[in-house]
Design a binder for this molecule. Structure first.
Ligand code: NDP
Length: 320
């Protein structure tokens, strides 16, 4: 039997590339959780997805109702098989918005799509994973969520959740930001990525030992050609890939990023929980320090040298 892998956002970018790699490996069945089934159909055809091993399923992360319905459908689909992998990948990036856009549930869009709904989805899918002998939940983070790297700290605004005052008040219209401060689209995106990475650490500490599920997050590298940047101004889209490639060295193609995510899902080494997986093509991206949480920030992410390595190693699950 194939291992069941759930990935949000398989109709584009990283999710699509990782799906291609998983389907090549021949031991997985991928459930693609997508907001647009028509688009998914076309993409799957163009990419030559083997439809015996790929099942598209509707999921609009901008609605909690949709997340619940998806979880029910997933539960029916799997029958008595466990879910082996969950990848929280889908996201939107809206750095230039002057005012927040709200979802049907009354949250700022990036917050709900990138974070709140992925959190809800994870809590719904976790019980379906406990019978797997190799269950992994992988959150797609970003260095933009860190405060000491070129992508994260050098480029303002910096992700900072402060005391989570906004979240405590429910983070509902008119409160957009988790820190409760004024809306800033670029910071919102970074905050959602930081929150997702912190959640991964928290889930590891609280649930790894009791469920056996490995929780990790990954920075796939900067996919400068990605449609994620579709809302940026044209000049940025033209020069950003060149900037990333020649100046920071942090540039990766979609295929390469997909291979990295595939590795985290496939490699026996990556059964380890509580890890932030990172690659380093960028000489300015940190020095391989151990990443840790300090005052609500993930610090030290980056890693040195080529290849990939674990730099968040804080496995407290064996401690009583
Ligand atoms: P893309 O824009 O190519 O992919 C994002 C995916 O999310 C798309 O498939 C999109 O669907 C889906 N999505 C958006 N909104 C919703 C929604 N409401 N419900 C369900 N699905 C939705 O971007 P990337 O592939 O580059 O990004 C993937 C991940 O990688 C993100 O988490 C991003 O933050 C992260 N990342 C990206 C980096 C980069 O340089 N690009 C760097 C570091 C991290 P649709 O196809 O319908 O548009």
């Amino acid at each position: 039997d194939k291992k069941l892998v759930v990935i949000t956002g398989t109709s584009s970018g990283l999710g699509k590339a990782a799906t291609k790699a998983l389907l090549r490996a021949n031991e997985y069945h991928v459930i693609g959780a997508v907001r647009d089934l028509e688009k998914m159909k076309i993409v799957a055809e163009l990419e030559g997805f083997d439809m015996d091993r790929f099942t598209p399923m509707h999921l609009d992360l901008a609605s909690f109702e949709s997340v619940k319905t998806f979880a029910e459908n997933l539960d029916k689909f799997r029958g008595d098989r466990p879910i082996d992998r969950l990848v929280c990948n889908a996201a939107v990036y809206q750095p230039t918005l002057a005012y927040p856009k709200w979802t049907v549930d009354g949250h700022e869009q990036q917050l709900q799509i990138n974070y709140l709904s992925q959190f809800l989805l994870t809590s719904k899918v976790m019980p379906m994973m406990t019978d797997s002998s190799d269950a992994r939940v992988v959150m797609i983070g970003s260095v933009t969520g860190n405060d000491n790297t070129v992508g994260g700290g050098g480029v303002y605004p910096i992700a900072d959740l402060k005391e989570l005052d906004g979240l405590e008040l429910g983070c509902k219209k008119p409160i957009a930001m988790m820190d409760g401060y004024n809306f800033n689209g670029a910071k919102m995106y970074k905050d959602t990525k930081l929150a997702l990475m912190m959640t991964s650490n928290m889930l590891h500490e609280r649930f790894h030992r009791s469920t056996g599920i490995a929780f990790s997050s990954i920075y796939p590298g900067c996919i400068a050609e990605s449609p994620l940047f579709r809302e940026k101004r044209p000049w940025f889209r033209k020069y950003f890939p060149i900037f990333m490639k020649y100046i920071t060295g942090g540039f990766v193609g979609e295929e390469e990023a997909g291979t990295r995510l595939f590795q985290v899902l496939h490699d026996p080494k990556c059964t380890k929980s509580g890890v932030y997986w990172s690659w380093n093509g960028g000489p300015r991206e940190g020095r391989g320090l151990e990443a840790m949480e300090k005052g609500g920030q993930i610090v030290g992410a980056g890693g040195a040298g080529g290849g990939w390595e674990s730099i968040y190693e804080n496995d407290q699950s064996d401690k009583v």
